[in-house]
Design a protein around this ligand. Sequence first.
Ligand code: ZN
Length: 530
Amino acid sequence: MCRKIWYSALIVCFCKILFISPVKAEEQFVVEIEKGISIFVSPDSTSTILTVTSQKSNWTILHTSPNYFEVSNGEIQGYVKTKESHVLFPETVKKFEVYAASVPYYILKNGKLLEKGNIFPGVAWKRDGQTDEYHIIHVGNQLVYVPIEGTMPTSLEVNASAPRKAVIPTTLLAENHLPVFSPEGERLGTYPRSYPVAINGIDGEYAIVNFIGREAKVPFNLLYSKDLFQGAQTVSHSEMSFYTQVIHAMYPEFTELKQIGLSLEGRAIYALKIGKGKKEVLFDAALHAREHMTTNVLLEMMDSYSIHYRNNASWAGYKPREVLDKVAIWFVPMMNPDGVTLVQGGMKAVKNGELARKINGGSTNFARWKSNVRGVDLNNNFDSEWSALNVSAKKPAYHLYKGPKAFSEPESQALRDFINSRDFLSNMSYHTSGQVIYWFNWQKGSDLNRDVGLAGKVSRLTGYRVLDPMYLIGSGSSADWFIQEKKRPALTIEISPFVGDRPVPTSYWPAIWKQNHKVGMFIATEAASR
Ligand SMILES: [Zn+2]
């Protein structure tokens, strides 16, 4: 018995704390109550009636809750159902809060109000005007409509900051009713299921959004994409970082994101794993600066594979989820971020621009640049008999120079250490020149048969020509080093016809994607049997 009393006391107590908010004494908010309305002793359905109004009159609100206002007319103090009272909103009132469990909000489109989502109690909203039934909020040049019913004037401060602008405009979809939070974590409202959410930035596990004109955030893992990335564009290091982080943030349950190192100038080199397979293969791209179209190939694979993995859907004759849960793919979309930034943005875009200009023979046109920012060709810096490698460039240059020693560069060290930290069954290294496939580094016996066979299959998939062995002694290529160290296949895949000493034009993209879209699925499937 004792316990029962204690429980009910506790419940009453919580009700007060959770549902009744006091109104500041100095602010007088008023409800109009019609004749014949009940005023109750307590704010619940079992309450006895204190009195019934004898005429239409104004009452002051003392406390609010979703279903009842505590009101006073100077003589009587009691509770009225919110539905049976009418909150007065003088034009001079510039802010409001929600007292109902939630209220919808709308935008005006083609003369009709289109419901966009809900807003919650506990937060103040500014208003710029009103109609008979709606508050009006200006958001840019858009008008947002919030029903007056369910809201009341507020003494709370409008504690909101202006929303940031998107650096990389991206729209994702809400998987379900999507909770929206303030930057401090207060619940602001919701977006409805399938709502297209414009993303203005990343804050860890949250996506930054503009919620009715204020900065807000939503959980990334409740968002998904139908098509995040389009390949026919020049992709900067920031964009690569953004897309890679977004894919991981949307799908943390089947992806893993690693920063495998930093470039000479401190740019992040990211690796993203897709799939839960215990076996793993590695794809890398843009070791050569001007060959940044290869970054697009990997990003588009990451985008397509992750979407179809999420949907558990068939794609291009494969079931990405089944494939990647046997063999996961690690993607390193941009191995040479400084070099790519130099090619795309010129000498002002990097810290070592002046050095690069000197190395470039005084020219500020870096379209031909392949090396890292200090003139080391990273694909001549790996150690596959590196000391025997003889190239024409004996000092830093836009291409070819092999560096003062093997693995002298932070970028080649990062890839080497990443490869040594895992157990990759194969490595596809993406380059651009000549639509050919390199595969040979002195393999023998069954390894030779395995690797020439694999190169042939990728050739049939892509249409690229398998190069005959050249029997060169001394190499600094990452794929040659992988073959030598791991005794496993590594292909250098060159995705474009020769276009001269410059980046591949984006107009080549559709053909390149058609040739390469299945390669990840094929390579993962092939590795499953080894
Ligand atoms: Zn290359």
